[in-house]
Design a protein around this ligand. Sequence first.
Ligand SMILES: [Zn+2]
Length: 269
Amino acid sequence: MITDLQRGDFFQKGHRYRRKQIHKLYKGQEQSEISTPKAHPYIFIFTKESGSEYGTGHGWNRDKTSFFYTGEGQRGSMQLIKGNKALREHFQSGKAVYLFHYVEPGVVEFVDEVTYINHQLEIMWDSDGELREAIIFELERNPVIEEKAAKLDVSPYSTEQLRHIALGEEKKTSVYEQTAALKQYVHKRAAGICEACGESAPFIAKDGSSFLQMYYLSKLSESGLAKPKDAAALCPNCYSRLRYGKDSEVYKEELITKINEKEAGKKNE
Ligand SMILES: [Zn+2]
């Protein structure tokens, strides 16, 4: 069964989509493996690699938490340009990466939202049968990153430090620390008040914190890393309104303005 995709719909893991429909909604290169729509903060990867046909080091790792993805470029050594560069810098440029796997011509299955962890160069054959340097990206599933992040204690950091870590401005921070810092920072920024409607959090969670839900303003999924300006802490009503409300687009625009104002203030502090 192929899922009919509407603009703004979250991609569902394991669901199948027509590649054409994804491009109809978001544009981006229709032939490339790495598609980088200009007007949207998304990067789509459409891979035929499953892992087994490439032997070790490519495709999924053993527990399917990381995908080793061979970058773009059919001939000669691969370079960190175009799609490869976009992938390398997706967090810095505020883009989320959605990984799809081909199931048949024109039809792709959504695997997960993934985050760039690392890349390495490897000598491989190109399509002309020449040896060349290929770029192998390590992309980790966002829910796995979140699990690891949840185990980290970022409570000793001040709000300002958390913001720097979340922005990746501190040297040598891992994506796990960044993810943990982002969550903590956004909750501190909200200070128990929903960042959309301004009402107090409806209850206190078991861990003693005010219950607010993380909402990503720039994603088609709900996990992982984002810039502080692209995340908000919301009461359950506002969260659901943004996901399912008839006026979700307008409400989201209003929220983006509010968060941008808050973040603009931070820069001057
Ligand atoms: Zn609210």
